[in-house]
Design a binder for this molecule. Structure first.
Ligand code: DON
Length: 573
């Protein structure tokens, strides 16, 4: 009963909002303050952008219309997200970009945060060796050295337009303000106390009365920071005034990031992880993301099982995928970390012989079992990362996942600079056997060390068909990211679902520990009962991820689909 009242209330709010919505003029920058509508799907031929916020998708589209390519659009979209989607869009966090360029080159740009030089293996343990997760998750000590701006400049050499053009929409949105959505209002209200607690300089996100949909959020300090980056390039962030403001903020809250940490930060071009699946070629992110290896293992474990025949969301299909996920995540916990610091046996983990052997004990009649290791609970409330998918008429496709880690990161805004810092240090294993905020376990491979990158699950991915982009896909969701990408690919290739169904249909997740299957609300009851009968523990949880997908249709048109689990929007022309 309570629920139906809530639903009715939300529907009234939604219809009121729609009633005032007007068609935006996406070419007119002065329209950024206008009411906007959220378009969930678009089919087009020249270029498409899907991201977590309509104004960010529009920013990307506007630079493509000015002659930019998909990389230009990805840069402009990320910068706009840092303004209009502060819970996850960022310049104080990090991310990964995977791209397939028109010339056939694959890119994997790593701009993951790094542990500050003063960080140490046991920095989150108290005198008795007990983990203090509050410190790895909130406030100044939780932040790694941000990588996003270095990543955008590393991407710029594949773009066509000057950086000043790409950052303009973000500056305008920060300076003039924009109208926030109901979801953003809820987020800012929910975190108000945390913003007050973790900041001594009051951020623009705090106001006396509660935020509501349609309120204008102006971020003057952030606009000034973005202008410094426009005028001075990467140094506008990592040196000079912005660096000074970051270091001063660290000093106010006993954080570790120093001038040297900032100056030394470098994005890295990695070799993309590429593997075949049923005649397609999958291009994804290598270490320090676990995502590429996980989807490689999982897809190849199920490849010879004819899952398409079993039926979408059938007990047999879900069980098969869960058992593949269980094994891949066990490997994640044991072997994966920053390969610049530890030896990660990627070749072995993805070899045909290993995959075959690893799945040889799969039993289609009953639930497998994870060894009893201290396991954590998944915490869906605090998740916030964001993904964008872009494609252009030149033949380039770009897949970017970027994050502050938890919702609004460390909750600390750099005083005078107006941007949130990440709480990415929690992605390290603070102690073997102690789960992080996503319930992920780790060992030595992902222990903290100065200058090391924390292991990620972010899985920006591009599926190629006959060497050309076919599906651009990715999502936020912490440890659920690789399993969502895995499902999206299987949904399209094996179950032949429409792109919208592949994105919207309820998802499921298993990560070895805890030894439980998580399913989204709305997952078929019959399948849940069938899995339970086989011996699985099944938990219904809140939404899993926010997948943004673009599929290239036969004939070459782009079909872009934004997830319906948030304000996500697709734009194209
Ligand atoms: O890099 C990672 O794996 C995490 N920091 C991602 C966090 C995330 O996806 C939260 N989002 N919903």
């Amino acid at each position: 009963m309570k629920h139906s009242f809530l639903l009715a209330f939300l529907l009234v709010i939604a219809s009121l909002h729609r009633a005032v919505a007007q068609e935006p003029d996406i070419d007119d920058p002065s329209s950024v303050k206008a009411h906007y509508k959220i378009q969930k799907t678009v089919t087009c031929s020249n270029g498409a952008v899907v991201s977590a916020h309509p104004l960010a998708s529009r920013a990307g589209l506007s630079v493509m219309k000015k002659g930019g390519n998909a990389v230009d659009a990805a840069i402009a979209t990320q910068l706009a997200l840092a303004v209009v989607y502060p819970g996850a869009g960022n310049i104080g966090g990090g991310g990964f970009m995977v791209a397939r360029l028109a010339n056939g080159k694959n890119l994997a740009i790593d701009y993951r945060e790094k542990a500050p030089a003063a960080a140490g293996r046991d920095m989150y343990l108290d005198a008795n060796g007990n983990p203090q997760m509050n410190l790895s998750q909130n406030g100044h000590l939780a932040s790694g050295v941000p990588g996003t701006i270095a990543g955008l400049f590393a991407s710029l050499k594949y773009a066509k337009l000057p950086f000043s053009v790409l950052i303009e929409p973000a500056i305008e949105l920060a300076e003039k303000g924009f109208e926030i959505t109901a979801n953003e209002a809820n987020g800012l209200n929910a975190y108000k106390n945390a913003f007050i607690k973790y900041n001594s300089v009051q951020p623009a996100f705090v106001k006396e009365t509660p935020w509501k949909a349609g309120d204008t959020l102006v971020q003057k300090d952030l606009a000034a920071t973005l202008k410094r980056i426009r005028d001075l390039g990467q140094k506008g962030f990592y040196e000079g005034e912005t660096a000074k403001l970051i270091v001063e903020e660290m000093q106010r809250g006993k954080g570790l990031i120093s001038y040297e940490d900032l100056k030394n930060y470098q994005a890295k071009e990695r070799t993309a992880l590429v593997f075949p699946y049923k005649g397609y070629s999958i291009v994804s992110m290598p270490m320090p993301s676990s995502g590429g290896v996980i989807i490689n293992q999982a897809l190849r474990m199920i490849e010879d099982k004819n899952i398409g025949k079993m039926g979408f969301a059938s007990v047999g299909a879900v069980q098969l995928m869960v058992e593949a996920e269980r094994r891949a995540y066990a490997d994640r916990a044991e072997f994966m970390g920053d390969a610049d610091f530890v030896k990660v046996p990627v070749k072995k983990l993805t070899s045909d012989a290993y995959i075959k052997e690893r799945f040889s004990d799969y039993d289609p009649t009953k639930a497998g079992s994870s060894e009893t290791t201290k396991a954590g609970k998944i915490n869906p409330e605090s998740e916030e990362t964001t993904h964008l998918s872009v494609i252009d008429k030149f033949g380039n496709a770009v897949s970017v996942t970027t994050t502050l880690n938890g919702g609004y990161g460390s909750k600390t805004v750099v005083g005078g600079a107006g941007f949130l810092l990440n709480n990415e240090m929690d992605d390290f294993s603070v102690k073997p056997g102690v789960p992080n905020m996503y319930g992920a376990l780790g060992t030595e491979a992902n222990a903290i060390a100065p200058g090391k990158r924390m292991l990620s699950s972010m899985t920006p991915t591009i599926v190629l068909k006959a060497g050309k982009p076919f599906l651009v896909v990715g999502t936020p969701g912490g440890t659920t990211i690789p399993t969502s990408v895995f499902q999206s690919i299987v949904n399209v290739i094996d179950f032949k679902l429409s792109t919208a169904d592949a994105v919207y249909k309820p998802k499921f997740h298993h990560q070895w520990q805890p030894d439980e299957i998580y399913v989204e609300k709305g997952f078929p009851e019959k399948t849940i009962d069938g899995l339970k009968a086989m011996g699985y523990k099944v938990n219904v949880r809140g939404s899993i991820g926010r997948t943004e997908a673009i599929r290239v249709l036969p004939g070459g048109k782009f079909e872009a689909v934004a997830d319906n689990r948030g304000d996500d929007a697709a734009e194209g022309y």
